[in-house]
Design a protein around this ligand. Sequence first.
Ligand SMILES: Cc1cc2nc3c(=O)[nH]c(=O)nc-3n(C[C@H](O)[C@H](O)[C@H](O)COP(=O)(O)OP(=O)(O)OC[C@H]3O[C@@H](n4cnc5c(N)ncnc54)[C@H](O)[C@@H]3O)c2cc1C
Length: 454
Amino acid sequence: MITYILGAGPAGLAAGYYMTRIGCAVTVLEAEREYGGFARTFCHGPFRYDTGAHRFHDKDAEITADIQDLMGNELIKVHAPSQIYWNGRYLDFPLSPVNVARRIGIGTFVRAGADFAFARLRRSKRDEWNFAAKAYRKYGKTIADAFLIGYSEKLWGVPAQKLMPEVSGGRLKGLSARTMLYELLRGKQEKTEHLDGSFYYPRQGYGQIAERLAASIGKENIRLSTRVTKLRHDGTTIQLIECEGHESARPKRVVSSLPQSVLLRLLDPAPPRQLIEIAEGMKFRDLILTALFLNRTQVSRNASIYFPSEDVPFTRLYEPKNRSIELAPPSQTCAVVEIPCFADQPIWVENDTDLIGNVTRELERAGLIRGDDVIGGKVHRLRRAYPVLEIGIHEKLDELRRYLQRFVNLYVVGRTGRFEYTHVHDLLRQGKELAKLMQTEAATDLTLQRVHSG
Ligand SMILES: Cc1cc2nc3c(=O)[nH]c(=O)nc-3n(C[C@H](O)[C@H](O)[C@H](O)COP(=O)(O)OP(=O)(O)OC[C@H]3O[C@@H](n4cnc5c(N)ncnc54)[C@H](O)[C@@H]3O)c2cc1C
């Protein structure tokens, strides 16, 4: 019998890839016409751009080595800086004291320094129970308010006091007091750790990782345009998978990367009502991606530019060509901006022409482009981009986990699936660990069979 994997985003494909490598038979079921989920690359004429600014984080040596094997020469090392646009000025990202002092003015810098020292003296690490508290303790009020609090609220759509500290996604790590002080004393050239400047990236766009994973699984084992509509169970085992317009299948195991609200709704018989309400109450931030196609060679040298100001509707701009020159023609470029929002807000239904016009005007105001550079634009509306990790979320997740654990052949993976702020290397690690677990289970099954037949 086959293991069915629900969803062909990075998590589902990673599970399929590692399971195929240990000789496990898998079939991946994906609702959309393409695989890659939230890590896809769009094509528009000669331009290629991703579902938001993606990079491969080199944080797990074993997983990086696996990806290097998988991608071969197609994985390149990119060296590109990033910046923050703040009050009409550009600052280096991650923030460096030398650059901050130069850009925000000496008065504000002195105030920021005093705040910073005060915050470090007054609070202990125990106070970092929400994102705002963590940011204030680490940087003091002046810097946190200018660069972190407003930005995070724009990104996540809830007050920073209601967010779990982990929404910083490790971005605050390289900005410790020690590194700030070190830089201040030694100058910027001696920067201790460059968080944002060098990273791996596939030549043809981030979606190439999903392409390669899918090719390794075997495209005949991936069913696109196949939406799972029901998971019939007997209380302990998923017995039947039903898909829109397809025959149903009897799975050996089911690996789900679907959002938990979707997974719970698929179960038949249905789970208790209050669990469905918990799952449906967990918020995801949606994303409007606006790509501008430009008749100029480059907008800037940056991998990304961050916009913390609340007056600007987007959080980040990225220029695909600065990751790989193969993503735009030599004399043209493309700028992609990310507008986080909830799908029930008016901006979600704003028409494309207005969105493209507004983005163009904002980028002109920031001195990045001229209106007549724009030769076209494209808008993508993407649901469930970021799981919003609000205070109290872990208790809710524990409750859902306790319920789902009763299904002995169900495994939950993924960023949307587990409602965690994880990245592609984490999802590959999950897939690898899952394959190891299945190998152990298979060995146990065999031993049992031998014992019983012996
Ligand atoms: C703007 C942005 C920037 C990012 N930058 C980075 C980065 O730089 N580096 C990094 O590592 N990560 C980055 N990420 C995160 C990364 O994109 C996600 O971690 C990853 O795509 C999540 O993969 P997943 O498989 O868990 O979920 P998804 O990609 O959401 O995949 C779930 C899949 O399930 C399918 N599905 C849903 N319902 C059904 C159904 N009923 N039947 C069948 N299929 C179904 C969906 O169509 C989808 O393909 C970024 C994310 C965003 C939004």
